[in-house]
Write a protein that binds this ligand. Structure first.
Ligand code: F6R
Length: 241
């Protein structure tokens, strides 16, 4: 696992945008797994300011709320459309959003021959996509109930926050060929430390990334503030401590 710690959220966005751009240059038909939420927004905006050619890229989202009407501003479908697909010139037909029971999402991902590069955020409670604490480490896409803490954290973007969501499972996420986890701000420091230096456990779903052979974690100093180099296990290269 590569852990890159940079000064601030702006540097994190620039770093991750460069990673994505690099992957698209190498593979113009990249299957890009996208996280939504506040953390990766500056990444998508940095990509939109650049001149990368995303016209053949396929996009798969991690999760979506259940029960929001079509076109709802707080839905992840709108987020992906307004912040990713439209600004980057990705054809709407090349965007896969989770819906229904989750089985359809698994089928679409299989049809695409899997996700090449998966961007991930992390919840304050350690959730990954909407796999809340207690989620099986081998779970597949399915409908889940959101915790009160997740609903409170997301209330700024959609109010009221739906009680349920359809999400890729932790097993689904681990099937991606490469993972890039990003986190910024002290509010994420505890979850980041638990996920990267603690046990791999359903109590902290994001800890499952430790099981993936190809992971880059990109943090700002605030999100990394509860970790120290001596906490990292051997084999990690903490390039910017
Ligand atoms: C969103 C997602 C969630 C978020 C997490 C962090 O697609 O899967 O796991 O990544 O809730 O959200 P922000 O970035 O808003 O703090």
């Amino acid at each position: 696992m590569d852990v890159v710690v940079l000064d601030d959220a702006e540097a994190v966005a620039a770093y991750v945008a460069a990673l994505v751009l690099d992957a698209v240059v190498r593979e113009p038909e990249l299957v890009l797994g996208v996280a939504t939420g506040a953390t990766p927004l500056p990444v998508y905006r940095a990509l939109a300011r650049g001149s990368g050619d995303f016209s053949r890229v396929r996009v798969v989202a991690l999760d979506e709320y259940v029960g929001l009407p079509a076109g709802h501003r707080g839905s992840y479908t709108e987020y992906v459309s307004q912040e990713i697909a439209y600004p980057l010139g990705i054809h709407p037909g090349n965007v896969v959003m989770p819906w229904g029971s989750g089985a359809e999402l698994e089928r679409r991902i299989t049809e695409l021959d899997g996700v090449d590069l998966q961007l991930l955020g992390i919840g304050r409670n350690g959730h990954l996509a909407f796999n809340e604490p207690g989620s099986p480490l081998d779970s597949r896409a399915r409908v889940v109930e959101l915790t009160e803490s997740t609903r409170a954290a997301n209330a700024a973007y959609v109010d009221p926050v739906p009680t349920h969501a359809v999400t890729q499972g932790l097993g689904t996420i681990l099937d991606a060929r490469e993972l890039v986890l990003l986190a910024t701000g002290t509010v994420k420091a505890r979850a980041v430390s638990a996920a990267l230096t603690g046990a791999v456990t359903p109590d902290c779903p994001a800890s499952v990334v430790q099981r993936h052979p190809r992971v880059t974690v990109v943090l700002d100093a605030a999100a990394a503030s509860m970790m120290a180099p001596w906490q990292t296990s051997s084999g990690w290269s903490a390039r910017a401590w």
